[in-house]
Write a new protein. Structure first.
Length: 608
C-alpha cells in the first residue's frame, strides 16, 4: 500500500496561507503601510489603480533594506520584529509573524525598490507567484517602494469574487483610515487612478480626525483622558447631539493597533444611556495604552481581535472616563457677563469708612413732615351724591325681565353622524386607529407613510424623473473620502428623484435643488444619510436595482410623517386609503410591521 501523505510545495503552501492574510486589495495596503510604519517612515504615499486590481504602490522614506534583507523578507516566517517566543508578550510593532510579504508575493506580481541611508545604490527585486524573477542594483530614494500588480492573477476563484471597484476602494479607505488615525505625526497621501483622495499632514490627533472625517466631526469631539496603574485611556467621544443611526465611526485602538471589542463598545454605549435616541450611536476614537504582557494579539491573522487580561477593571475605567467627558460637556457654564463699557460696582470695604458706599453721611438728605396724618382730615358731607345715579333694588326687579325679551328660544340640535364618530382616531401622535369588520385596526402612521412614499419614489426612479424644488440659497456638502467614492455611482439615481447636484471638486458638491415633496428636510443631512446607507457592491445595470431601492427607502424615511405630528381626520383618511393602494400594506420595505388588528373577540373578552 502506497503512502498518501505528501509535503506540499512551498508555492502551494504560500497560496493557502495567503488566503487568511490577503483577502482583498485592502489587506495588501494594510500590511505594506504597517511595515512602513515599523520602518520609522515619516511620509507614506499609497497609489492604487482600479481599486488595487491592477496596481498597488506603497512608497515610504523609512530605513530601507539591504540586498540580503530584501531577498530574505519574502521568505515565510522571516521577520525583524521578534527573535524568540517571549517577544510576543512585549510587542511594540505592528507586524511580527513574517507572513505578509510572502503571502502577497504568492498571489501577485511584486516589485521592490529599496535603499538604506548608508548605501550608494539600491536593490530592485522582482517576484511573481513566490518565484524570484530578477534582482539587480537600481537608483532609488532611501526607503522602500512596493509595487503589487495583478493581484490574484494565479488564484482566479479569489479574483472572481472581488466586489466592484467602488466597494474595494471603500474597503481600502477603511483600512487606510484605521492606520492614519493612530499616527497623526506621520504624513500620508492616498491616490486612486491618479486622483488624490487624501492628503494628511502631520499634526494633532484632533486635526487628523477632522482631516479624515470632516469639520462636522471635529466640532463635536469631547476629550477623554484617564491614567491608572492598569492602563492609560485617551482619545475623543462625540457629544450626544452628534448621535446618528448610520454612518457612525466607532474605533478602538490598543498600543497603536486597531481592534474590535464588543465588550468595550457596550461600556461606551452605557455611558450614553438615556442621552441619545434608541438605536442611535455616537462616534468615538478611544486609544488604550497597556502593558504588552497584559494583552494577546496573536489570535487572528488580521490582528483585530485582542484579548485583555484585565477586561473587567478596564471596562469600569472606560465607563467612568466617558461619563466624565460627557459630564464636563453637560456642566452648567459659569456666568461671564460682558463688562466692557459697563459701570463698575464698588465692593464694600469696612476699612475705608470715609469712602464706603454704606456711609450715609455722604448720601443726599430727604425732607419729611413728621406731624402729617391723612386720617385726621374730616370726611366729606356730600357722600350721598356719589350714589344718586345707581338703580335701586326695585328698579332692578322691574328691568330684569327685559333682558331676555328679544332673545330667541334655542331648539335642541340633532348631532350628525360625523359629529358622533369620526372615521379614524389618532393615539398619542403615533398610531391611527380605525374600526374594521373584524375588530380594531392600529396603523403606525410613520411606517405607513414610509411604505407609501417608498413605492412612489420607486415608480419615479423607474419611469421618469420627479420634480425638483429649487433652493433659495445653494448649499455645499463636503464629503468624506469614503462618501466621495460612492457619490459618482449615485448621481444618476439622485437626479432621477429630484436632486440637483453640481461637483465643485473631488469631495464637494453644490446642492441647488431637492425633490419637491421633501420640504423642510435638511438636504445636506439627507445626502449624508443616503451615502451612509448606500452599498456600491450591488449592480447598477437595472433601474430597479437594490441600490435604487435603498435610495428610495432613505428618502421615504426622511420625508415621512414623523411621530408626534397631529393629523386631521381627512389626513388620516388619505393616509389609510393610500396605504391600502400599496403592494404590501403589512410591512415596510425593511420588514417592520405597519398595522395590526385587535380582534373583536379579544376586545369583548377584555371588557368581561
Amino acid at each position: 500500500m502506497t503512502d498518501v501523505i505528501a509535503l506540499l510545495p512551498d508555492s502551494v503552501a504560500n497560496q493557502i496561507a495567503a488566503g487568511e492574510v490577503i483577502q482583498r486589495p485592502a489587506s495588501v495596503i494594510k500590511e505594506l503601510v504597517e511595515n512602513a510604519v515599523d520602518a520609522r517612515a515619516k511620509v507614506i504615499n499609497v497609489l492604487v489603480v482600479d481599486a488595487g486590481r491592477t496596481s498597488i504602490q506603497v512608497i515610504d522614506d523609512g530605513c530601507g533594506m539591504s540586498i540580503t534583507d530584501a531577498r530574505l523578507a519574502f521568505e515565510r516566517h522571516a521577520t525583524s520584529k521578534i527573535r524568540q517566543a517571549d517577544d510576543l508578550f512585549s510587542l511594540h510593532t505592528m507586524g511580527f509573524r513574517g507572513e505578509a510579504l510572502p503571502s502577497i508575493a504568492a498571489v501577485a506580481q511584486v516589485e521592490l525598490r529599496t535603499r538604506r541611508q548608508e548605501d550608494e545604490v539600491g536593490t530592485c527585486l522582482t517576484l511573481s507567484g513566490s518565484h524570484v524573477v530578477g534582482q539587480e542594483p537600481c537608483s532609488c530614494a532611501v526607503g522602500c517602494s512596493f509595487t503589487v500588480s495583478n493581484l490574484f492573477f494565479n488564484v482566479p476563484a479569489r479574483r472572481k469574487f472581488l466586489k466592484t471597484n467602488a466597494t474595494e476602494l471603500n474597503n481600502i479607505l477603511t483600512a487606510f483610515e484605521r492606520i492614519v488615525l493612530v499616527y497623526p505625526e506621520i504624513s500620508f497621501t492616498l491616490h486612486s487612478n491618479g486622483q488624490e483622495l487624501m492628503n494628511l499632514r502631520s499634526g494633532s490627533l484632533r486635526q487628523r480626525i477632522t482631516d479624515v472625517y470632516g469639520r462636522r466631526y471635529g466640532q463635536d469631539l469631547l476629550p477623554v483622558g484617564v491614567e491608572t496603574a492598569l492602563c492609560r485611556i485617551t482619545g475623543f467621544v462625540a457629544k450626544p447631539d452628534a448621535a446618528r443611526k448610520k454612518g457612525v465611526h466607532e474605533c478602538f485602538f490598543v498600543n497603536g493597533r486597531y481592534m474590535k471589542h464588543p465588550y468595550f463598545h457596550k461600556a461606551v454605549a452605557q455611558a450614553y444611556d438615556r442621552l441619545i435616541p434608541a438605536g442611535a450611536h455616537v462616534p468615538y476614537f478611544i486609544y488604550f495604552e497597556v502593558n504588552p504582557a497584559d494583552i494577546d494579539v496573536n489570535i487572528h491573522p488580521t490582528k483585530t481581535e485582542i484579548k485583555f487580561e484585565n477586561e473587567q477593571p478596564i471596562w469600569q475605567i472606560l465607563t467612568a472616563a466617558v461619563h466624565d467627558a460627557i459630564g464636563q460637556f453637560c456642566e452648567i457654564p459659569q456666568i461671564d457677563f460682558d463688562t466692557e463699557g459697563k459701570p463698575e460696582i464698588p465692593v464694600y470695604d469696612p476699612s475705608a469708612a470715609s469712602h464706603s458706599p454704606l456711609d450715609n453721611s455722604q448720601w443726599p438728605k430727604a425732607n419729611s413732615q413728621p406731624s402729617y396724618n391723612p386720617f385726621r382730615q374730616k370726611p366729606s358731607s356730600d357722600w350721598q351724591r356719589l350714589y344718586e345715579r345707581l338703580p335701586s333694588s326695585e328698579d332692578k326687579e322691574q328691568s330684569a325681565p327685559s333682558l331676555f325679551e328679544n332673545t330667541p328660544q334655542l331648539s335642541p340640535v340633532s348631532p350628525q353622524p360625523s359629529d358622533i364618530a369620526p372615521l379614524h382616531y389618532q393615539y398619542k401622535g403615533r398610531y391611527v386607529m380605525t374600526a374594521v369588520k373584524s375588530g380594531l385596526m392600529v396603523i403606525d402612521q410613520h411606517r405607513a407613510d414610509v411604505r407609501i412614499r417608498y413605492e412612489r419614489y420607486m415608480r419615479q426612479l423607474a419611469d421618469a424623473p420627479s420634480q425638483t424644488q429649487r433652493l433659495l440659497f445653494t448649499e455645499t456638502i463636503d464629503l468624506t473620502p469614503t462618501e466621495a467614492t460612492l457619490m459618482p455611482e449615485l448621481l444618476p439615481s439622485l437626479a432621477a428623484v429630484g436632486f440637483d447636484l453640481t461637483p465643485l471638486g473631488p469631495v464637494s458638491y453644490a446642492v441647488a435643488g431637492v425633490p419637491a415633496d421633501i420640504g423642510g428636510v435638511d438636504p445636506v443631512g439627507l445626502l449624508h444619510d443616503i451615502l451612509a446607507d448606500a452599498d456600491a457592491s450591488l449592480p447598477l445595470s437595472s433601474h430597479l436595482s437594490p441600490l435604487t431601492s435603498r435610495l428610495a427607502l432613505t428618502l421615504a424615511r426622511k420625508a415621512a410623517i414623523s411621530y408626534g405630528e397631529v393629523l386631521s381626520n381627512d389626513e388620516m383618511d388619505t393616509l389609510v386609503n393610500h396605504l391600502f393602494a400599496c403592494s404590501d400594506v403589512n410591512h415596510t420595505p425593511d420588514g417592520k410591521t405597519i398595522l395590526s388588528i385587535l380582534p373583536q373577540e379579544d376586545i369583548e373578552r377584555l371588557m368581561g
